[in-house]
Design a protein around this ligand. Sequence first.
Ligand SMILES: Nc1ncnc2c1ncn2[C@@H]1O[C@H](COP(=O)(O)OP(=O)(O)O)[C@@H](O)[C@H]1O
Ligand SMILES: [Mg+2]
Length: 367
Amino acid sequence: MKSAPRAFTLGVMALYLNGGKLEELSFFRSLLREAARQGIEAYVFTPEDVADDKRRIYAHVYDESRGGWRRRWMPFPDVVFDRCRYQNTPRFRKLREFRARYGDLLYVNRPLANKSAIHTLLSKDKEIRPHLPETVMYRGVKELADFVRKHGIAFVKPINGTGGRGVVRIERDGSGRYIVRGRDKRRRIIPKRRVGLESAGRLLERLGLNENCLLQQGIELTLPNGRVHDYRLLMQKTGDGRWDATGCAGRVGAARSVTSNLHGGGKAVSVDRLLKHTFPKGSQAETVKADMIALGHRVVERLESHFRDMCELALDLAVDRAGRVWLLEINPKPAREVFRRIGEAETYRRAIARPVEYARWLYEKEK
Ligand SMILES: Nc1ncnc2c1ncn2[C@@H]1O[C@H](COP(=O)(O)OP(=O)(O)O)[C@@H](O)[C@H]1O
Ligand SMILES: [Mg+2]
């Protein structure tokens, strides 16, 4: 007879925003509920909540009976689910210190490298390489002009950007001027400009996009209605430690936006509907979907072999008019909201349950 699994404590690691609030509280509540349903004690904490004696944590727990978050002293977690997104702040340094100091805890995920380093790593894989838009570090307008000439469209974006902040699209119009549009680093839409090459360079500089940015081949993703679109594929480990594609969703950008991110006003749509819409004929939609999932598996395996075990990753995928799948970006701390928005309640539920199931599997394996 199989003995009952030993109980363990799951710590969801977050960072305070300025003002001491936590992000993602509704996701955390769902996660803690799911853990409770699986008989696992779970709480949310930040590296700032560790007691001076380094033995306890002043955790955030959800009180179901009274409905609301409470603080409670808890022992250190056995397994940590890290939800902290990269930020260039002292707070993030505390997170690094926590991971370094408590390296003997089990972590279900880990920080990846910046977008440039990820690109370099993935481009070494000959199955992944054909899916990568040409990408270099942005150094100035000369290369920008080369990229636009070669690819028709170029993107400039920060190597540590998230949520569509500081993403700019550059192409040429019929008269040889450069059309520049996108989002500034606070995600506000930059109105379309037609400028000469040098002015385009100065504009990027004013936007703070002259340093630590990628220059990337742009993929034409504009739908007949003028909006851009792409796909979000969520890859997760299951409760027996295997990778699976939990779900995929389409995203359609806001009007006048070159990005599709939901936080920038993008709309979530069903993957099948969006693929059918772009590939109405025959079985091409099915082929594209299979290609996306195969790429997802290849990418997680490749990254895992370099960064060690992880529990989930989301891929931002573009599909061009010929049906070729392009990998735009890897998200190590993916949101799963997109599945709720498209009404896929079961996918959403699974997307929350899986990290908890995997945490249990990892704990059982390691103890
Ligand atoms: N090379 C590209 N070609 C076409 N669209 C792109 C490209 N790079 C980014 N985008 C658009 O901008 C969005 C945000 O870019 P992404 O690289 O995912 O950065 P972020 O981390 O800010 O989400 C993408 O989801 C896509 O809509
Ligand atoms: Mg993205």
